[in-house]
Design a protein around this ligand. Structure first.
Ligand code: AMP
Ligand code: FES
Ligand code: ZN
Ligand code: ZN
Length: 318
């Protein structure tokens, strides 16, 4: 297959766009798509200080790379959850992914990059915390999400960043939407968006600049651009419902190219038209008495309650 622009050998064929591009024109196209999404959804501008949450995977490293190429003030945050450290082996999942992020950051001298090591700062790794609190029994993913959201918001606030960017791609967003629709989680559906504005109570602005790009497109960008990322999924992700939903959507996409994109974009249009009303305003938030981050619970936020096992009440999402 030939590149649409120069008739050299194409490295990717995007059936949903009826577009095949070579290794020179593909990254150009990809960067332009990210820039367009940033502008279309008014995510941020050149004066914003963007904190990019990087996991060591292809999506978030690609995002950081693209933002730096576009000239944005993009600095990185890696949260070392200590996954795999309990095995006593040197090459656990968190160590390997941290190395990928550190190696990437070293290629951009002068670009700031923060590491929060859960074990060093809080005295426990994610698997250790998940093993002792109710919420983590079985699968630590829910505790992990809570910790990551808390740490990302804390570092963004402490560092005076104006925006927090994550590497969620179209496949992530479509799978989340699909899962939430299956269970008609109207609150979550109303809050799913490419941009979540900052709240007066202390949540920083959150953006997802890759939300319109397929996972295979970010993988192709990473490959063509020589970005070294961790191929493995988190060991706890095995069997996750979101992966099952991704497979189902992939089957749909296989039969009808573009279905995933239409599903997600149709949702965004309906959202813009006011189809899903925002319910979160009804929940009153106030600062946690320990860390000062916003919470709906009285007293301590869900993150601080992780460290006080005896007082641990039911679920509350910051
Ligand atoms: P996930 O929830 O693992 O699908 O990751 C979604 C996004 O969260 C990634 O694209 C990153 O932007 C961010 N993220 C995930 N894990 C980490 C981590 N350990 N440190 C910093 N950011 C992360
Ligand atoms: Fe959080 Fe896997 S990355 S449980
Ligand atoms: Zn070309
Ligand atoms: Zn707190």
């Amino acid at each position: 297959m030939k590149c649409r622009k120069c008739s050299r050998q194409a490295v990717i064929n995007m059936r949903q766009h009826k577009l095949a591009l070579c290794e020179a024109h593909y990254p150009e196209w990809f960067v332009l798509q990210v820039q367009r999404a940033i502008e279309k959804y008014h995510m941020f501008g050149p004066h914003d200080r963007v904190l990019v949450a990087v996991s060591g995977g292809k999506d978030s490293l690609t995002l950081w790379d693209v933002l730096l190429r576009l000239g944005y003030q993009a600095e990185g945050l890696y949260i070392d959850l200590g996954i795999g450290r309990e095995d006593g082996e040197p090459g656990g999942y968190s160590t390997l992914s941290r190395e990928k992020v550190e190696r990437f950051a070293a290629q951009w001298p002068g670009v700031r990059f923060t590491v929060v090591d859960l074990w060093a700062e809080y005295g426990e790794t994610l698997p250790e915390i998940a093993g002792r609190v109710q919420r983590g029994r079985g699968k630590p993913c829910s505790v992990c999400g809570l910790i990551k959201r808390h740490v990302m918001n804390r570092i963004a606030r402490e560092g005076h960043y104006t925006v927090l960017a994550t590497g969620h791609n179209l496949d992530d967003e479509a799978a989340t939407l699909f899962g939430n629709l299956l269970h008609w989680q109207t609150g979550y559906i109303a809050r799913q968006a490419p941009v979540l504005p900052a709240s007066e109570d202390g949540f920083v602005r959150k953006v997802k600049p890759l939300c319109r790009l397929y996972e295979r497109e970010t993988a192709a960008y990473a490959l063509v651009s020589g970005i070294d990322y961790i191929y493995d999924e988190c060991p706890y992700a095995v069997g996750a419902t979101s992966l099952h939903h991704k497979e189902l959507l992939n089957r749909l996409e296989e039969e009808s190219p573009g279905a995933k994109l239409q599903f997600y974009l149709g949702f965004l249009r309906a959202r813009e038209a006011g189809f899903f009303c925002e319910q979160s305003e009804m929940v009153a938030l106030h600062p946690c008495t320990n860390c000062g981050q916003p919470t709906s619970a009285p007293g301590l936020c869900a993150f601080c309650r992780l460290w006080k096992p005896k007082q641990e009440p039911a679920d509350d999402r910051p």
